[in-house]
Structure formats: structure tokens, C-alpha cells
Design a protein around this ligand. Structure first.
Ligand code: AMP
Ligand code: GLY
Length: 432
């Protein structure tokens, strides 16, 4: 049977969206790809349209006018706004969780209660909306302690505090200073989990699921996990230290009860469920749920995926995922972020990027754009994370070597990147 070629709209404009577009562009069934708003890299794969990822009514208007066959909703904000519900109401086909299903990500308070109800291992916690009460709780409790704005906060709402003073300072910023606006109306104060952090992705159709190989992001800005948290400075997959027994345990204790729990609660989860997991001495525990593909995790998954993503997405929307096989290349992949000087704090934009073509010629390299813009002078920087240099290899070490070699050819004023991506995974390799 010849399937109809499809017109696809990808919502978002970061490295994740470039990577998804890059994969789909190679698949038989993709006819034309649009990105809203896209970036300098996605412009080479399809058409960038000047609509923000959160302008739902304009997105709907565009999808109708262009007769888009399927829209992929990737970033957290539009999902939290209910882009999937709105498209569905307009009779348009879209992939991603509904607003109710995505609450697992946009309300940490909801996610914590959900985990309690379904016996999913997670850090002990309390939720507060009153500064004085929360302060007393912190004063009485141990450190380190983790303070989180309940809502979405561009990845900046979490403070791992080593002292009570720091914890109270973070608390004050959220509940009194309102630095995250309404996202900080509630605060989750959580036990500090000690262990190795990994990312898990499971694709679900609401009833069944397929778990991806484990990956590991590096969220701190500097080497050796120093400095503030970022959107993610580099990622590797699969993880040599996560064997099939551990992955099955994570599936059984975390993914299964989460997907089944959401279905039971009348919020079937369609899309990617991405729990952030700490491997503790007491076993794997969830420290957060995301209701979408991770960025930069997606970049390595797309380099390793050997099945058609569109087939998997259709099965996720229509059901029947249990009959779908997901094939992965028997390789390792990494993706290393090249960021603007100053990121995740203040940084300048508009720096000319050089060396990309040369770097892309290196074996096994694909360069994903995270925040770039094409102007008269050429390609320039346009956000904190600028490029993701991805590489594959037959070993993790080989993939990392390939990526760093290519990075050596790229430059822009102020460029910063971590030199130690994957080192934790390599050090744990022998200890499975
Ligand atoms: P998030 O913004 O939710 O991705 O959290 C940022 C980072 O904070 C995570 O990647 C973890 O490294 C860390 N984190 C969050 N919750 C905990 C916890 N309960 N214990 C230790 N670290 C945590
Ligand atoms: N990998 C970080 C995130 O997507 O939230």
C-alpha cells in the first residue's frame, strides 16, 4: 500500500525540533515540513513560518490554510496551554499530550500527588503556598534540600540548596518575589536525592508504551557539574551502565504505573513521557516528569532511531503501539551544546558563526541548530544554546571523539561548551 505523502507542521524552534525535522525529512512519507518558528537549521529542511510556538490560534489558522496532515507539538509551553486540545477541537490531527495529560509536567504539585497515588518511587515532599509555613518546614528539615516552583519556569525553577539560607532565599524569590509569576504560586520542597541522574523516554498511545534506550543529559553549565543549571549542555545514549535489568525495573516501577495511572484518571497520555530519574541506593526514583521529548535528548535519539518516526507517531495517535517495533542502531551517540558566552545568564546575540560546513564534513557528524539566524553576514547566534554537535560511533568514546574533533572547527565570539560530556558515563561503564 502506498501511503499518502504528508504535509507536516513542527511546533518549536530549537535543537529538538531541528532533529525531529532532520529525521522525518529522510522518511518516505514526508512531503513538506513547516516549522513554527524554526531556526537557521530547520530552514534547510523545510519552510520556517513566522508564528510563535505559543500562538495557538495562528497555528490553527495556518494548519487549516495549508491543509497540514499532521502537527507535532514539541515544546512544554504550548502543551501546557492546551495546543493539542485546541487542534483536536478544530478537527486537526496533532501529536502530543492534552493539557490534562501534560499536567504531569506543568504542575509539579500535581505530579507529586499523582506519584503518591500510584506508588511511583520519588523524593519525599511537601507543597506550600505560604512563605512563613514553608520557611519553618525548611528550618526544621535537613540539607541539602530541593526547592521547586510548581509550574513551568524555563528550566530555572529548581534550586538544589546546600544550606538553609540558600533554600529560604530560593523560596522567597518564588513565593514572595514572584520571579516565575503564577508558576510560583505553589512551591514543592523536596528531599535531596543522591545518585546518578538519567533521562528515560517512553512513547505512549495512552494504553501501551515503548521505552527508549536510557540517556544522560548534563544540565550544569561548567565541567564537573559546576555552575548553574541550563537547558542541557550535552547528552549521551545509550548508557553503558544501564543494563536491561535496570531498564526493565524502571519500566515496571515508573513507566507502567504512570501510563496506566493516567489512563485510569481519565487523562490518557499520548506522546513522550520523559521522567528524570535518579539512580539512588534505594533504586530508581523520579525527580520530575516531562510530557515531551527532551532537548537535547531528542538529538541523540534521532541519530540512533532506525525506524520511521512518522510510523511511530501515527501509532501513538491512533493506538496499536504494542504491535509496532522500534529499531535502534547498534551504536552510541552524543550531542554537545555550543553556547553563547554568559549563558545561562546574560549573553549577546548576533555573533557570526564560522566553520560549520567544515565541521559537518567530519565522519558521523550532524550539526543541529538550537538558536541560529541567517542574516546578510551569514549564520549568526540567536539564543543561549546555539548549536548541538552530534556524533555517532561504535563506542561511546568514539562518538565523543568524533564530536569534539568537529567542534574544534567551529567558532564564534564567546563560544563556550563543556569538555567533559560523557565522562561520567564512561567512568561508570565498568560498574554495571
Ligand atoms: P528540573 O528543572 O526539574 O529539570 O531540575 C533541575 C535539576 O535539579 C535536575 O536535573 C536534577 O539534577 C536536580 N534535581 C531536581 N530534583 C532533585 C532532587 N529531589 N534531588 C536531587 N536533585 C534534584
Ligand atoms: N533535557 C532537559 C529537558 O528537556 O528538560
Amino acid at each position: 500500500m502506498v501511503e499518502k505523502k504528508q504535509k507536516i507542521l513542527i511546533i518549536g524552534g530549537g535543537g529538538r525540533e531541528h532533529a525531529i525535522g532532520w529525521k522525518i525529512a529522510q522518511e518516505e512519507r514526508a512531503r513538506e515540513i513547516f516549522f513554527a518558528p524554526g531556526n537557521g537549521g530547520t530552514a534547510e529542511l523545510g519552510k520556517n513560518i513566522n508564528i510563535s510556538a505559543t500562538d495557538i490560534s495562528k497555528l490553527i489558522e495556518f494548519a487549516k490554510r495549508e491543509k497540514i496532515d499532521i502537527t507535532l507539538a514539541l515544546p512544554d509551553d504550548p502543551l501546557a496551554q492546551g495546543v493539542v486540545d485546541e487542534f483536536q477541537k478544530a478537527g486537526l490531527r496533532i501529536w502530543g499530550p492534552t493539557r490534562a495529560a501534560a499536567e504531569l509536567e506543568w504542575s509539579k504539585a500535581y505530579a507529586k500527588d499523582f506519584m503518591k497515588r500510584h506508588n511511583i518511587p520519588t523524593a519525599r515532599h511537601e507543597v506550600f503556598n505560604n512563605f512563613e509555613k514553608a520557611k519553618i518546614y525548611i528550618e526544621k528539615g535537613p540539607v541539602p534540600v530541593v526547592v521547586k516552583a510548581s509550574g513551568l519556569a524555563l528550566g530555572k525553577g529548581v534550586t538544589v540548596a546546600q544550606t538553609k539560607e540558600k533554600a529560604i532565599e530560593a523560596l522567597h524569590k518564588i513565593l514572595v518575589g514572584k520571579v516565575f509569576g503564577a508558576s510560583g504560586n505553589e512551591v514543592v520542597i523536596e528531599e535531596f536525592l543522591e545518585g546518578t541522574e538519567i533521562s528515560i523516554h517512553a512513547l505512549s498511545d495512552g494504553k501501551s508504551w515503548k521505552i527508549f534506550p536510557a540517556s544522560q543529559d548534563h544540565k550544569r553549565v561548567y565541567d564537573d557539574d559546576a555552575g548553574p543549571n541550563t537547558g542541557g549542555m550535552g547528552v549521551v545514549a545509550p548508557l553503558p551502565f544501564v543494563n536491561s535489568t535496570l531498564l526493565s525495573r524502571i519500566e515496571k516501577k515508573i513507566v507502567k504505573p504512570a501510563i496506566e495511572g493516567m489512563a485510569e484518571e481519565g487523562r490518557p497520555f499520548v506522546g513522550i513521557l520523559y521522567p528524570g530519574i535518579m539512580l539512588t541506593d534505594e533504586g530508581p526514583k523520579v525527580f520530575e516528569f516531562n510530557a515531551r521529548f527532551g532537548d537535547p535528548e531528542t538529538q541523540v535519539y534521532m541519530r540512533l532511531l532506525d525506524s520511521d518516526l512518522l510510523d511511530l507517531i501515527e501509532a501513538s495517535i491512533d493506538g496499536g503501539l504494542e504491535n509496532q517495533e522500534i529499531k535502534w542502531k547498534k551504536q552510541f551517540a552524543c550531542n554537545i551544546a555550543l553556547a553563547s558566552g554568559g549563558y545561562p545568564g546574560k549573553y549577546e546575540k548576533g555573533k557570526v558563526i564560522s566553520g560549520i560546513e567544515d565541521a559537518a564534513k567530519e565522519p558521523d557528524i550532524v550539526i543541529f541548530h538550537a538558536g541560529t539566524k541567517v542574516v546578510r553576514q551569514g549564520l549568526t547566534t540567536n539564543s543561549g544554546r546555539v548549536l548541538g554537535v552530534s556524533a555517532t560511533g561504535n563506542t561511546l568514546k568514539e562518538a565523543l571523539g568524533n564530536a569534539y574533533k568537529a567542534i574544534g572547527k567551529i567558532s564564534f565570539e564567546g563560544m563556550q561548551y563543556r569538555k567533559d560530556i560523557g565522562q561520567k558515563a564512561l567512568a561508570l561503564e565498568g560498574k554495571k
